[in-house]
Design a protein around this ligand. Structure first.
Ligand code: CMC
Length: 391
């Protein structure tokens, strides 16, 4: 008989062997397929990184060209999807909308549900990489009352994303290199992070051989929470609240340390990084650059920096090794780009998409067994049924 050990939050439980992402939390190292995150963020395109995550190596020119074309060919949605988007109330949270739409794609693409061969996997992968950015753009445009348009997939993947999100009716689309470059960087920084909550969800849902889109939809739901991807929205709301409260960072530091107060300093702390989050370093620098380049003065950037300084010098945070994480500064950049706060976690999902796909594909190719943790039962022992009138 095997002995069951309980590990709440799976803090010390490995769920798989993986060749995708390497992470050293003590040293603050993050590499995708061996490529350091710093090099990728500076030099790669998001589509190249997606290819590397999913297939193992950075693509050659020909491989990238084919990949891009295959994605482009799959980027049109069934017109009935438009009706679904239109049926959502404008007030709906975009994460609820995008997870439903991703799930709805299984209905419009039944051939992508039962994927067993590598060839079928490839078809499902390019489909979702083509359609998901359109869903993201439509989710935002629906909220803003803008027409649900397509972009131009002859453009770069990220530039097209920008066009689909921001193109105004009756106006010539003019790209913005600063925004496109910053978006490219942010998406790369979010592209994978080994066995985090949403990725584990994708792998475990997919381990029952549920289709790719259904597994991704499960992952999107897991990402939504404020302890995970939802933190980027929560950070901005927290910084706004501090600003409205006269910029009193000390008050919020005290709240975060108070064990009777459920408030946490959002964008701080990480399950694995106990020294610094390498993504946060890159994002902090990018926030300065982007705001400067766009000529945006956002007072909450100063509040964020002040909060960071205080936390880095406070024994509570130092002792618990709590540092700013990837979400601490990303929202400030998204806002400077003109992306609404409620869309921030959807942007995270867009970035994480290739990581989820890569992890799902690896899990299926490795023929991993169905994910099925055990438990230790602590409920009532056996007792007899009692008629309802005698209870
Ligand atoms: N503010 C105040 N105290 C904190 C914070 C925080 N942000 N994070 C952790 N702590 C304290 C926690 O109360 C505990 O204290 P004690 O030992 O006295 O009980 C100690 O630090 C360890 O925390 P934990 O909750 O056991 O750590 P965890 O590994 O289970 O949680 C975390 C990690 C990221 C969920 C957590 O740090 C947190 O809630 N942070 C705020 C939300 C956030 O920014 N999430 C984004 C994470 S990075 C991107 C992503 O994954 O999507």
């Amino acid at each position: 008989d095997s002995v069951i050990t309980i590990d709440p939050g799976f803090k010390n439980t490995g769920s798989c062997e993986s060749a995708i992402t390497f992470l050293d939390g003590e040293k603050g190292i993050l590499r995708y397929r061996g490529y350091p995150i710093e090099q990728l963020a500076e030099q790669a395109t998001f589509l190249e990184v997606s290819y590397a995550l999913i297939f193992g190596d950075l693509p050659t020119t020909d491989q990238l060209k084919k990949f891009k074309q295959d994605i482009c060919d799959q980027s049109i949605l069934d017109e009935d999807v438009r009706k679904i988007v239109e049926a959502f109330p404008k007030s709906a949270h975009p994460m609820g909308v995008i997870s439903s739409l991703t799930s709805a794609l299984t209905a419009f693409n039944p051939s992508s549900v039962n994927v067993n061969s590598e060839e079928d996997m490839y078809k499902a992968i390019v489909k979702i990489l083509g359609k998901f950015p359109v869903l993201v753009a439509w989710t935002m445009r629906k909220k803003q009352g803008l027409p649900l348009d397509y972009g131009d997939c002859n453009l770069g993947y990220v530039e097209n994303m920008y066009k689909m999100m921001f193109k105004q009716p009756n106006k010539e689309f003019v790209t913005n290199d600063i925004v496109v470059e910053a978006l490219n960087k942010l998406l790369i920084l979010h592209a994978d992070h080994e066995q985090n909550c949403s990725t584990s969800t994708v792998r475990i849902a997919g381990s029952s051989h549920a289709g790719l889109f259904a597994s991704l939809s499960a992952g999107i739901s897991a990402l939504w929470g404020p302890l995970h991807g939802g933190a980027n929205q929560a950070v901005l709301e927290m910084l706004e609240a501090i600003k409205a409260d006269g910029g009193d960072t000390k008050k919020y530091m005290a709240k975060a340390k108070d064990k009777d107060d459920p408030f946490r300093l959002m964008g701080f702390g990480h399950r694995v990084y106990k020294n610094f989050d390498p993504r946060a370093k890159i994002i902090k620098k990018a926030a300065d650059e982007v705001l400067n380049d766009l000529g945006v003065e956002d007072p909450i950037l100063a509040i964020a920096k002040g909060l960071e300084q205080e936390a880095l010098n406070d024994p509570y945070f130092v002792d618990r090794k709590l540092y700013p994480n990837v979400d601490f500064y990303s929202g400030i950049i998204y806002r400077a780009m003109g992306i609404p706060v409620e869309m921030f976690t959807v942007m995270f999902a867009l970035g994480r998409l290739p990581g989820w796909i890569a992890q799902w594909r690896e899990m299926r190719l490795n023929k991993e067994p169905i994910g099925r943790p055990r438990q230790i039962y602590v409920g009532k022992t056996t007792r007899d049924f009692v008629d309802i009138d005698k209870r």
